[in-house]
Design a protein around this ligand. Structure first.
Ligand code: MG
Length: 401
C-alpha cells in the first residue's frame, strides 16, 4: 500500500469581495499541487476563527492522513474539550470541507458522487425580495418572477421592519431599533397584498429572524397560515425552541429553523418530534459537510427536509458545499441563494450558476470551486464594528438581531 497523502499546511484566506468578510481554509497536502478549500465564515468574528485555525487546529492537524475525514472531524471536536461553539465549529468546517474537496479530487469525482450520487439535476432556490412599502416589495417580487424565480422570500424594511413610528425614552442610545408588534401587523398586511397580486402558484417565504416574543410568533404563524407560505423562517430564537410544540398544535404553517444552531441538542428534538418541516443550519456553523450529511440522513427518517442557510455571509466555497449536499439529499427541500456579484464569480472560479431558478453544480472533481488568491488579497477584510446586530426595542433595551 502506498504511503498516505498527509496534511502539509493549513492556510486561512480572509477576503471581502462584497459586504461580508469571508474566511476560506486551504488545506495543502503532501502531494504536489493537491489542495482543498473549505468555508469557515463566521463573518462577525472572522479574526477569532482565523486565529483558532492558525494557532490551534493547524498544529494539531499537520501530518495527518487526508483520507480520514471522519476521524479528523471527531477528534477535532473533542480535542479542545469544550465544544459546539461557533468559532471552533467554523474552524473545523473549513478543514472538513477542504478534506471532502481533496477526497473528491483524489477520486476524480464531484463531492455529490461521494455522498451517494445525484437525486436531482439541480437545486431550486429562494431569493430575497424587500422594499420600503408593500408596493415596492411587490415590484421586486415581480422582477424575480420575470427572471423565472419561483420561490421568493418577502420582507419589508429589513429584519423586524425599520420604519415603524416609535417613541423612544430620553437619552436612548444609538442602535438598530424596531417595534415587534408594529412589524408583525405590517408584515401580515404586506404578505396578504403580495399573495393577492401574484396568485397561488408563486411560493412565498418570510423570515421573522427571531424578532417576536414567542407567543406573538405563534399568533403570527396562525395569522399568516391563510396565505400558504412555503415556509416561515426563524419564527423563534434557539433559546425558545420548546415553543415550537405550541406553534405546531395551533396551525399548519410550514416551519423552517436552524441557521443559528451550534449544538446537536438544538436540532435533535425538533426533528424527532416532527416540530419543523425544514432544517436549515449554516453548514460552517455546524462544523461542515460531515455533520450536515449526518443530520440530513437523520431528518429524512422523520420527513424533515433540508433548506441550508445560504446568504452572503456564507462564502462561495460554502455555497458550493451546500449545493453538493442539495443535489444528493433525497430529502432536499430548497436552497437559499444570494446572487453573487461578478467580482465573486471572478474571484471564485467554479462558483455555482443559476438558470431559471435552478442552481447547477459543475462536474469538476471535489467541490468544483477554486479561489484566485491574488485577486482575494486585493480585497482585504475591513475592521468594522457591526451595526445591524446592535438591535434595540423601542425603549432602548438590547434584543436579538
Ligand atoms: Mg434567515
Amino acid at each position: 500500500m502506498s504511503a498516505p497523502v498527509t496534511i502539509k499546511d493549513v492556510q486561512v484566506i480572509l477576503t471581502q469581495p462584497s459586504n461580508s468578510r469571508l474566511a476560506i481554509v486551504k488545506v495543502i497536502t503532501s502531494e504536489d499541487g493537491l489542495y482543498g478549500l473549505g468555508c469557515a465564515t463566521f463573518t462577525q468574528r472572522i479574526f477569532a476563527v482565523a486565529t483558532a485555525i492558525e494557532r490551534h487546529l493547524k498544529p494539531f492537524l499537520i501530518g495527518r492522513d487526508v483520507d480520514r475525514i471522519e476521524e479528523i472531524w471527531n477528534m477535532s471536536m473533542v480535542h479542545g474539550y469544550w465544544r459546539n461553539g461557533p468559532v471552533l465549529n467554523n474552524a473545523i468546517s473549513g478543514v472538513d470541507q477542504a478534506l471532502w474537496d481533496i477526497k473528491g479530487k483524489r477520486a476524480n469525482m464531484p463531492v455529490y458522487q461521494l455522498l451517494g450520487g445525484k437525486s436531482r439535476e439541480a437545486a431550486h432556490v429562494y431569493v430575497h425580495a424587500d422594499g420600503r412599502t408593500k408596493e415596492e416589495v411587490l415590484d421586486n417580487v415581480q422582477k424575480y418572477i420575470d427572471q423565472k424565480y419561483r420561490y421568493i422570500r418577502v420582507q419589508m424594511g429589513g429584519y423586524g421592519g425599520k420604519d415603524s413610528p416609535m417613541v423612544k425614552p430620553k437619552n436612548a442610545p444609538e442602535g438598530a431599533y424596531f417595534d415587534p408588534r408594529d412589524y408583525a401587523r405590517r408584515m401580515l398586511d404586506m404578505i396578504a397584498y403580495v399573495r393577492e397580486n401574484v396568485g397561488e402558484s408563486i411560493e412565498l417565504l418570510h423570515d421573522i429572524h427571531e424578532r417576536l416574543q414567542p407567543i406573538h410568533a405563534v399568533q403570527f404563524a396562525k395569522d399568516v397560515e391563510q396565505y400558504k407560505l412555503f415556509f416561515l423562517e426563524d419564527s423563534l430564537a434557539p433559546e425558545d425552541i420548546h415553543w415550537f410544540k405550541v406553534m405546531r398544535q395551533q396551525c399548519a404553517t410550514p416551519i423552517a429553523m436552524g441557521e443559528l444552531f451550534n449544538n446537536p441538542h438544538e436540532w435533535q428534538m425538533l426533528i424527532q418530534e416532527r416540530l419543523i418541516d425544514y432544517i436549515r443550519m449554516h453548514i460552517s456553523q455546524m462544523g461542515g459537510i460531515t455533520p450536515a450529511r449526518n443530520v440530513s440522513i437523520f431528518a429524512n427518517m422523520y420527513g424533515v427536509r433540508t433548506a441550508w442557510h445560504g446568504p452572503g455571509d456564507t462564502s462561495p466555497v460554502g455555497h458550493a458545499a451546500n449545493l453538493h449536499l442539495d443535489v444528493w439529499h433525497p430529502n432536499f427541500g430548497i436552497q437559499e441563494w444570494y446572487r453573487p456579484t461578478e467580482l465573486e464569480y471572478e474571484m471564485f472560479p467554479g462558483l455555482p450558476t443559476i438558470e431559471d431558478g435552478y442552481l447547477y453544480a459543475n462536474d469538476n472533481p471535489g467541490l468544483g470551486i477554486d479561489i484566485d488568491e491574488d485577486l482575494a488579497a486585493r480585497y482585504p477584510c475591513e475592521d468594522i464594528i457591526e451595526q445591524w446586530t446592535q438591535t434595540r426595542l423601542p425603549d432602548g433595551s438590547p434584543t436579538r438581531p
